[in-house]
Design a protein around this ligand. Structure first.
Ligand SMILES: N[C@@H](Cc1ccc(O)cc1)C(=O)O
Length: 512
């Protein structure tokens, strides 16, 4: 039986771990190994010693960022973290949803558990409590440049800990102090450096990146499936996915997508001269389009997981070498690059499906199917419009997705008195990517419904059974989507199918 919790401390966490915590499939716990407890304690002790011995630690006895030249008297050291959490409480925009908020909490906990932030075991325990009891700070999405860490979004976690921020708890919004009260614990008292350690990293963007990655991975499969169904519906040429053809272009992800589509379309009889030797690119080049994303997935995952399992903080407190290491590990350049890349690849899937939709709708190119794939009977044809408006919707959603592909990482602004004079904008890239995914899922799901209807119409026209994998998928879709014969308002049904994608209704191809 697989474990129902994710353990923080000794092991590396994966993207899937964060997603499981975010969706409450798994709870969390700290490693009970001796070495982990000792490591965390050593960091906190080392910081205490430094405070006594040296008297100067950046962010503990100094102001923050460009204010690092401003000494803070020992008598004020305990107030400093509270101030940090307060003055960054200026985020705006929508709040992150519950899933993302859990992912952010877990991602920060992962970094702090590495043991190089000088935080106490008690802080980690409190974060565990918040995750397991689902005490969720309301974190505004906007206001991070993603290079002094996600300071502003993460400040809401710090302020929730001390009892000052609003949280969602047991379905109600309330001050965090009240939520903690219901759990019989007092607000947390931050130790010196702890607010900085909580805030000075990439947890918001990395959490969003984890959630994005899983959605994108699923979309490569779903888009491949829709391509197979569209190809059949259009009377396309299955030879475009020939194994030998793909042997000579050795991108493994592209080969895999071709293999999936080939498998869906079934055995091909030798058809050297079909009526159109070469289908249009949105069918013929689908493995190349979906495959470029598929080929990028391994390095995207590696990049996201490296960031997830990093000590993205400053300064790094290393009890082993007994050094305080000043650097810029709060800089989210890798996530910015990964998310800027991912969003362009995902938007290309929206575009691909929108083009396939265009082929399916248009009698000039759809090889004998009714206009707009209308399933209306003879004398009802004139009043019915099939998927016409759904296609128009797809074009709008695709345009909106494509518009968001402008890279965020090139919009660095010099800020904070030019201390932060080059920043990553990784959080914006990750949020853009999430929105592109949302829009692309809308396009893909609409294309799926249309393609299934197209496949049914093709089978009727040719008086045949579609290939097995295609009829199976079409049948499954048909269980919850009636053949579109008479016009009906489809919004509710489209929303239903979006939920099905979120819940990963189909397992889609056993080979990875
Ligand atoms: N990220 C900065 C710290 C900082 C914190 C808060 C600020 O408002 C500004 C800067 C550093 O580690 O150097």
């Amino acid at each position: 039986m697989t474990e129902q919790f994710v353990t923080f401390g000794d092991n590396k966490l994966s993207v899937a771990d964060i997603v499981d915590i975010a969706s409450r499939k798994k709870t969390v716990r700290l490693s009970d190994s001796d070495s982990f407890g000792k490591k965390i304690q050593a960091g906190a002790d080392f910081l205490d010693e430094l405070l006594v011995d040296d008297g100067v630690i950046y962010g503990v006895t100094t102001g923050y960022g460009d204010s690092c030249t401003e000494p803070v008297a020992l008598s004020l050291v305990n107030e400093l973290p509270i101030h940090l959490s307060r003055f960054h409480g200026c985020g705006l925009g929508k709040h992150f949803d519950q899933q993302t908020t859990r992912a952010i909490l877990a991602t920060r906990l992962c970094s702090l558990s590495k043991g190089y932030s000088g935080v106490s075991y008690a802080l980690l325990e409190r974060l565990v409590l918040m995750l397991n009891e689902d005490v969720l700070p309301l974190i505004p999405e906007e206001g991070s440049v993603g290079a002094s860490g996600d300071l502003t979004p993460l400040s809401y976690i710090a302020r929730a800990l001390i009892g000052e921020a609003d949280v969602l708890f047991q379905g109600e919004f309330m001050p965090s102090a009240e939520a903690f009260g219901k759990l019989d614990v007092k607000p947390y008292k931050l130790r010196p450096k702890e607010a900085l350690a909580l805030m000075n990293g990439t947890a918001a963007m990395t959490a969003v990146a984890c959630l994005n990655y899983i959605r994108a991975e699923y979309l490569t499969r779903l888009s491949s499936k829709v391509t197979s169904i569209s190809c059949y519906a259009l009377g396309g040429n299955p030879e475009h996915f020939d194994e030998r053809l793909f042997d000579v272009k050795p991108h493994s992800g592209q080969q895999k997508v071709a293999e999936w589509i080939r498998g869906d379309l079934g055995v091909i009889e030798e058809k050297r001269n079909s009526n159109r030797l070469q289908d249009r690119y949105s069918i013929r080049c689908a493995p190349h389009i979906i495959g470029s994303l598929k080929d990028a997935l391994p390095w995207l995952k590696e990049t996201i997981e490296n960031e997830l399992n990093s000590s993205n903080d400053n300064p790094i407190i290393d009890p082993e070498s007994r050094r305080v290491l000043h650097g810029g590990h709060f800089y989210g350049g890798h996530i910015a690059m990964a998310m800027d890349t991912l969003k362009t690849q995902v938007a290309n899937l929206a575009d691909l499906q929108d083009r396939q939709m265009a082929l399916l709708m248009d009698q000039k190119v759809n090889n004998g199917l009714p206009a707009n794939l209308s399933g209306a009977k003879a004398d009802r044809k004139s009043v019915n419009h099939g998927f016409k408006a759904v296609q128009i919707g797809c074009s709008a959603w695709t345009a909106e997705a494509l518009k968001l592909t402008m890279p965020a990482s090139v919009f660095s602004r010099s800020t904070e008195c030019h201390n932060q004079d080059k920043v990553s904008m990784g959080t914006i890239a990750a949020r853009d990517c999430a929105r592109v995914l949302e829009l692309t899922e809308q396009v893909v799901i609409s294309s799926l419904l249309a393609a299934c209807q197209g496949a049914q119409l093709r089978a009727q026209l040719n008086q045949e059974q579609p290939p097995l994998a295609i009829s199976k998928m079409a049948e499954d879709v048909g269980r919850d989507f009636n053949f579109l014969e008479e016009d009906r308002a489809l919004e509710k049904e489209l929303r239903f199918w979006l939920d099905e994608v979120e819940g990963k209704r189909w397992s889609l191809y056993s080979s990875r």
